[in-house]
Design a protein around this ligand. Structure first.
Ligand code: ADP
Ligand code: MG
Length: 474
């Protein structure tokens, strides 16, 4: 896709001046990360990496992604309430993947005891790439949906001002005005506030489960600040703190440092390395409580790659969303090819196809956070090793999406500005709240565009690969 900034990208002096302006504006707007040297301190911070120019995104695909978000909210919520589906879908995976097995084990324990939670809150982000096609018009294809710790809603609320600034410096006022306003942090906070309100105890707090080393703290603060503005107090604690000072009363109300907790918002707990034995115990304690967990353990499981793959199977969406053929059609239109690697003929055939045309596939384990997928030669080696053993069931295969590359300039602290060929990934934030069986909120609350140089197959902003961006609708 040709960009209207193409000629600007060749003017080195101009880029240098614009980059300085853009960085200062990013800092002033609060597009910030802690540094990798001091990830636990806000003494010294830097701007979060971003593109100098907004990237062109077809308006129709933006609209499509927004239009399907409420369907994805409904779907995630339906999966999270369907224990038979979760059990069946994950049965082969949990035999071979310890992390998913551990999550599932907690799920089973909570089910057995009886779920104390009555209000449910989903804050998710569905991610897409734009598959190029022969007719020249790209198609929206889902990469994955994040049901836990979906991040960058806070910083994405602040990047439009930076790109408007750059275009204004160039006296491109009309173009500056076309950059969409975006405020996911507010929408996410409104979801938390609704859940807090329905929990129904004015003195109760929101407990944000935080990592000790958190570079992305300002992203989280944006949500905290919105809550505080509504007189809802947030405390940040680690799993370790919960295991030391968290407790349940006889009604399974959760207390932290003696204060009642209405909502637990996880910004930790999505990777194996984040769990010690004690942390697993803390997670179980939180799950057993009647506090609103965002997400509860079932909703985290609903976001696994194995579930994503099973959802693409013929008839599954129809069974999960009965009587909603239009929602089903909108959802299915965004699915790329997804293939089970369970033992058997279907898995054998998928492996044979991937070995015959490696560039067309991605091999994905049940992991979040970027940098875990295998591509190309690495994928081939893994598949050859896994081919005949049951370990393969802990992975899925996915069709590789191939967007049309375009030029942009990437700004990163400590590195010179780089003009490179890029591809983008669009995320839409979704929020829903359910009380018992009644859905009381279901909306989309904004977007995130991340852009990376084409030489990287994998990885997001936190992984140091992608940078923040804004869609420029065309
Ligand atoms: P994670 O949970 O680690 O974020 P993802 O499924 O989002 O896992 O994959 C990480 C990154 O890998 C994505 O942000 C995207 O850049 C790339 N990626 C994942 N799936 C595909 C795919 N099917 N085609 C092309 N790139 C992909
Ligand atoms: Mg991802």
């Amino acid at each position: 896709m040709a960009t209207s900034w193409e000629s600007l990208l060749q003017d080195e002096h101009l880029l240098e001046e614009l980059a300085l302006q853009a960085m200062d504006r990013a800092l002033a707007e609060g597009v910030l990360l802690r540094t990798s040297r001091e990830p636990s301190s806000s003494d010294v911070v830097s701007y979060a990496p971003f593109t100098l120019f907004p990237s062109l995104v077809p308006q129709a695909l933006l609209e499509q992604a927004y239009a399907v978000q409420m369907d994805f909210n409904l779907l995630v919520d339906a999966v999270s309430q369907n224990s038979a589906f979760l059990e069946q879908t994950l049965s082969s995976t949990i035999k071979r993947d310890d992390f998913t097995a551990h999550l599932f084990d907690i799920y089973k324990q909570v089910l057995k005891e009886g779920i104390a939670q009555t209000v449910f809150l989903g804050l998710n982000r569905s991610d897409y790439m734009f598959q190029r096609s022969a007719d020249g018009f790209p198609a929206l294809k889902q990469i994955e949906i994040n049901t836990i710790s979906a991040s960058f809603g806070g910083l994405a609320s602040r990047t439009p001002a930076v790109h408007r600034h750059v275009l204004s410096v160039l006296s491109r006022t009309e173009e500056a005005a076309k950059i969409l306003s975006n405020n996911p942090s507010k929408g996410l906070a409104l979801g938390i506030a609704k859940a807090w309100e329905l929990y129904g105890s004015t003195n109760a707090l929101v407990l944000l489960i935080a990592q000790e080393k958190e570079r992305n703290v300002f992203d989280q603060r944006a949500i905290e600040n919105e809550l505080l503005a509504r007189n809802i107090h947030v405390i940040r604690r680690r799993f370790e703190d919960v295991s030391e000072k968290g407790s349940l009363d006889q009604d399974r109300r959760l207390f932290m440092d003696g204060q009642e907790v209405a909502v637990v918002y996880f910004r930790d707990g999505y990777m194996p390395s984040q769990y010690s034995v004690k942390n697993w115990e803390a997670r179980l304690l939180l799950e057993r409580s009647c506090a609103v967990k965002c997400p509860d353990i079932a909703t985290q499981l609903a976001g696994t790659k194995k579930v994503q793959q099973e959802l693409s199977r013929v008839g599954v969406l129809e069974a999960l969303l009965p009587g909603q053929p239009e929602a089903v059609a909108r959802l299915r239109a965004t699915f790329a090819g997804l293939y089970s690697l369970d033992m058997g003929e279907e898995g054998d055939q998928a492996i044979a196809e991937a070995l015959a045309a490696p560039s067309r596939f991605v091999l994905k384990p049940q992991r979040e956070g970027g940098g875990n997928n295998l591509y190309g030669e690495e994928m081939v080696q893994a598949l050859v090793q896994l081919k005949d053993i049951e370990e393969r069931a802990s992975y899925i295969l996915m069709e590789k999406i191939e967007p049309e590359p375009f030029g942009n300039c990437l700004l990163r602290p400590g590195s010179p500005a780089r003009v490179v060929q890029c591809i983008s990934e669009l995320g839409i934030f979704g929020v829903y709240v359910r009380q018992g069986k009644t859905l009381v909120m279901n909306k989309h609350v904004g977007h995130l565009l991340r852009t990376k140089a084409i030489e990287h197959a994998d990885g997001g902003v936190a992984a140091g690969v992608a940078v923040l961006d804004n869609p420029y609708p065309v």
